[in-house]
Design a protein around this ligand. Structure first.
Ligand SMILES: *[C@@H]1O[C@H](CO)[C@@H](O)[C@H](O)[C@H]1NC(C)=O
Ligand SMILES: *[C@@H]1O[C@H](CO)[C@@H](O)[C@H](O)[C@H]1NC(C)=O
Length: 468
């Protein structure tokens, strides 16, 4: 039986592990997670084959609950859902707030949202809420339409953002895409926004936050939001490495890995040199912690990777392998598993249900394999070490896992001499089908030759450790 002292110690330990609102979801814990991003309106909805992508298509929280199996089947253990508050007309995406105090009835009720978080938590799946604190829906000067920010003094004076440069007065205080810009210099407004974040976290038990348009609000405000939230925040700073670094240095846990996104698109879509990856990894050394950024190759704001590139499936598989195995919290956009190829929004916000949530696509199996291997090897817990880089080949290791990538789309052999292995170790490409059909034994000093077949990625692990 535990002594009083032991119980007391256990209690202290527990208090240390949980966050402000009594939840899990610290930045450190998110490193082990893998995120599937959905737009609630587009994921699980009615049985229709088409819809006007500029307006609501009918996806709901219960539609999400019904298909958590589909998400879990690919090995994801977190979902990022689009913003949930009531929006102005046409705000199917959620980024046009009208009433911060109510849940968007197109997606369901507050009870439905709680049921979604509960259902996810029952399968140890975390839920990340998308929040928009920079602006509200497009109401011009009709501020009375907005709750609770109904007063002209709640907004910055009218002007438009034209130069997307971080920390300028224009970016911080003018309107982005004509959307009324909330005035966080007004203490009443800032206090209310910060308190709202706290209420959302404690009421719905979200495990993390994706913050929209972070670059358009001052850094002190975000430091306050981070402190109030108490859970991991990954913020959108659609800009340079320097701007992203600044926000992390100023107290936001993480930002979305936009600089690496641009690099990955250049390398895997446009065929630019893979040496660019290492340059970007070097630039990332400026982050206090580069391993906590949200890494991605697709999202709702950019044409999908396969748009006008349906012939680049091998390159896409390489890019996704990088997303899942490089430093950072991987985020995969819904529809990837169905080879969606939509262009600029709303075309990249397709409805998923016409696919009937089929789990038989090779991409669905590939993502499941990557997530499984990421977990088995605990890739996130080892530093990322570059092993080889040329224009068309890039290899890095995490512990005893070696990831070999190419953007060439072709077959070739390459010899790795700087390897994480010793001599005489049997290693196997864990992505090979059937399993164990692509193994080799390392030579002197652990050197070996990688045969890249048909431009596909490889992930080597020591034979015995494959299913650790
Ligand atoms: C700040 O916001 C409050 C609440 O809406 C409002 O009453 C007040 O007038 C605003 N202050 C300024 C200086 O506009
Ligand atoms: C991960 O480990 C499990 C359990 O040992 C095993 O079934 C699975 O095949 C492994 N995954 C991969 C991709 O090797």
């Amino acid at each position: 039986m535990a002594t009083t002292k032991q119980l007391l110690l256990a209690g202290v330990f527990l208090v240390v592990l949980v966050t402000k609102h009594g939840l899990c979801g610290s930045a450190e814990e998110w490193k082990a997670r893998s995120v599937y991003q959905v737009l609630t309106d587009r994921f699980g909805g009615p049985v229709t084959d088409s819809c006007n992508l500029n307006d609501y298509c009918g996806g709901t929280f219960s539609g999400l609950i019904d298909h958590l199996d589909y998400i879990e089947g690919m090995g994801f253990d977190a979902i990022w859902i689009s913003p949930v508050v009531t929006n102005t007309p046409g705000g199917y995406h959620g980024y046009w707030a009208k009433d911060f105090s109510t849940i968007n009835s197109h997606f369901g009720s507050a009870a439905d949202l709680k049921a979604l978080v509960d259902a996810a938590h029952r399968r140890d799946m975390w839920v990340m809420l998308d929040i928009v604190l920079n602006h509200v829906g497009p109401v011009g000067s009709q501020f009375s339409a907005i709750t609770p920010f109904s007063h002209p003094g709640d907004y910055h004076p009218q002007c438009s953002v034209s130069q997307y440069v971080c920390f300028t007065e224009e970016v911080l205080h003018c309107r982005l895409a004509s959307l009324p810009d909330l005035n966080q210099q007004n203490a009443t407004v800032a206090d209310e926004l910060v308190a709202w974040v706290g209420r959302m976290i404690s009421e719905y038990q979200f495990d993390g936050i994706r913050a929209d348009t972070v670059m358009y609000i001052n850094q002190d405000f975000w430091a306050r939001v981070q402190a109030e939230a108490g859970v991991y925040i990954v913020g959108e700073v659609y800009s340079s490495v320097e701007c992203n670094i600044a926000y992390q240095k100023h107290g936001v846990d993480a930002t979305l890995s936009y600089p690496m996104f641009f690099t990955l698109r250049s390398v895997f879509q446009d065929g630019q040199s893979m040496n660019l990856i290492q340059s970007q990894v070097d630039a990332y050394k400026g982050f206090p912690d580069a391993s906590i950024l949200g890494t991605f190759i697709d999202n709702h704001d950019n044409p999908r990777f396969l748009y006008q590139n349906t012939n680049k499936i091998p390159q896409y598989l390489n890019a996704l392998t990088f997303v899942l195995f490089s430093q950072g919290v991987p985020i995969v956009y819904y529809g990837t598993e169905q080879y969606f190829a939509g262009g600029n929004d709303p075309a990249n916000r397709e409805i998923l249900w016409p696919t009937k949530f089929q789990t038989s696509t090779p991409m669905y199996a590939f993502l499941a394999q990557l997530n499984s291997l990421r977990k088995n090897t605990t890739a996130w817990s080892f530093p990322q070490v570059q092993r080889y880089s040329t224009d068309n080949f890039y290899a890095f290791s995490r512990g005893s896992t070696l990831v070999a990538l190419t953007n060439s789309g072709a077959s070739f052999d390459i010899s790795i001499t700087y390897s994480p292995y010793t001599a005489g170790v049997k290693i196997c490409n864990a992505l090979a089908v059937p399993a164990d059909s692509d193994c080799l034994v390392t030579g002197a000093s652990g050197a070996f030759t990688v045969s890249m077949g048909k431009g596909l990625p490889k992930i080597y692990v020591p034979a015995a450790a494959e299913s650790a």
